[in-house]
Write a protein that binds this ligand. Sequence first.
Ligand code: HEC
Length: 120
Amino acid sequence: MQKWAMFTVFCLAGIFSIYLILFTLPSKEEAEQEAAFEVPVREIDAGAAENLLSQQNCIGCHGGNLEGGMGPALDKVGSTKTKEQIYRIIMNGGNGMPGFEDKLSEDEVINLSLYLAELQ
Ligand code: HEC
């Protein structure tokens, strides 16, 4: 009887480790990749960033002077958020903020993030 109990425990442990390997490890890797992602520092093209802010209607929600509206003010967003946080918010959106992953190129979002991170 005890042997059967041991066998069952071993099987469960085996199934559990397979589960861990299949599901936990890849997502942990993803999380590490995300944490390690850094927005590269480049020369900021302020004109291009300002054009995007109006073309993509960011200002429709964040105000013509980024003073805020339906969305929070962005005129000092660099003092509360890192360029990485800003990048992720623009890409993924959330809580009423649309994601721009499909609408903007990575370079455009990097330039926008650097531009906004400078506003402090
Ligand atoms: C439909 C309205 C809307 C549009 C369009 C929009 N946003 Fe937002 N945005 C929001 C809302 C609402 C939030 C607050 C989300 C939250 O609280 O998590 C937000 C949050 C943000 C934040 C984080 C601010 C903070 O202090 O937490 C940034 C940065 C931002 N938006 C940038 C942009 C940029 C850049 C664009 C244009 C490419 C844009 N947004 C377009 C509504 C909008």
